[in-house]
Design a protein around this ligand. Structure first.
Ligand code: HBI
Ligand code: FE
Length: 299
């Protein structure tokens, strides 16, 4: 595994220990952040804002511009909510880290976005096991300022609660992964990123757009549902929306018949291409091959 590749959401939920509140929220305690913690935010904020022009989609850039985010300090959720809530009805709540799936979905279904309260350590800038305040706020909140994404993530929360009952959560989670976390979108002036996992990653925000290794394939819902994803390294495939508005339609689709259809089909590994794929860029797979070789040599 590459030390530079962040592990996002790679821990099983619940490993942090349950806090007192049933919905897992905790106070942000903004005034308790130390100078060192604000300094970590500043490093991450400055290097990501330098990388995103020409890489992040217009909606992300606009959301970022409208939010009271600054290099010098970890944002106070109260100030963010003063802007976010009137705009799309979303609110940020603080949590210790990963929360159980049902808790996560219930928050999203009610337009509350759980954000890690903590920030990663200065010696682990590119590595995180659980979503921290930088990933959650810098990566997710700009897109929550967009009405399309605002509706889509709420629908994901509602769909998640249903999928848990149906036993199809793994299929739905792939849709979230390949859109909200690692999605790309075709813009008039080129390919752009909108996924929070890549927007908040120094290395993958470049890799996902500029590297020859990964496949870039037109988004197709059943195809995405059949595709495994990597939590331990860069993605081997990115799915590309024609337009962010495509998420609106996705939010309205009845997933139940799709779950039934897709459950009976074979799954794709992250590096696979399917005969029916509309391939925008056929990846060389060179990066993934190098990583596999390195792992073999170690083992
Ligand atoms: N908890 N805080 C937090 N953030 C997440 O993104 C998250 C989570 N719990 C579960 C989860 N994501 C995923 O397993 C679901 O989206 C499937
Ligand atoms: Fe995330």
């Amino acid at each position: 595994m590459s030390a530079a590749a962040p592990t996002l959401h790679g821990l099983a939920a619940g490993e942090t220990g349950r806090p007192d509140s049933a919905d897992w929220t905790i106070p942000q305690r903004w005034s308790d952040y130390t100078a060192e913690e604000h300094a970590v935010w500043k490093i991450l904020f400055e290097r990501q804002t330098a990388l995103l022009p020409g890489r992040a989609c217009d909606e992300f850039v606009q959301g970022m511009r409208d939010l009271p985010l600054e290099a010098d300090r970890i944002p106070d959720f109260r100030a963010l909510n003063d802007v976010l809530k009137p705009k799309t009805g979303w609110e940020i709540v603080a949590v210790p880290g990963l929360v159980p799936d049902d808790v996560f979905f219930a928050h999203l279904a009610n337009r509350r976005f759980p954000s890690g309260q903590f920030i990663r350590q200065a010696n682990q800038l590119d590595y995180l096991q659980e979503p921290d305040v930088f990933h959650d706020v810098f990566g997710h909140v700009p897109m929550l300022m967009n009405p399309v994404m605002a509706d889509f993530i709420q629908a994901y929360g509602e769909g998640g609660l249903r999928a848990q009952k149906l036993g199809t959560l793994a299929l739905l989670a792939r849709v979230y992964w390949y859109t909200v976390e690692f999605g790309l979108v075709q813009q008039a002036d080129g390919l752009r990123l909108y996924g929070a996992g890549i927007a908040s990653s120094r290395t993958e925000s470049v890799f996902c757009l500029d590297d020859d290794s990964p496949h870039r394939v037109a988004f197709d819902l059943p195809r995405v549902m059949r595709t495994h994803y990597r939590i331990d390294d860069f993605q081997e495939i990115y799915f590309v929306l024609n337009h962010l508005d495509d998420l609106l339609e996705l939010a309205r689709v009845d997933f139940e018949p799709l779950y039934r259809a897709v459950s009976g089909m074979s799954a794709f590994q992250p590096g696979d291409l399917a005969p029916t794929d509309r391939v925008l860029n056929r990846g060389t797979g060179a990066y993934a091959a190098r990583q596999r070789l390195a792992t073999q040599q170690k083992g």
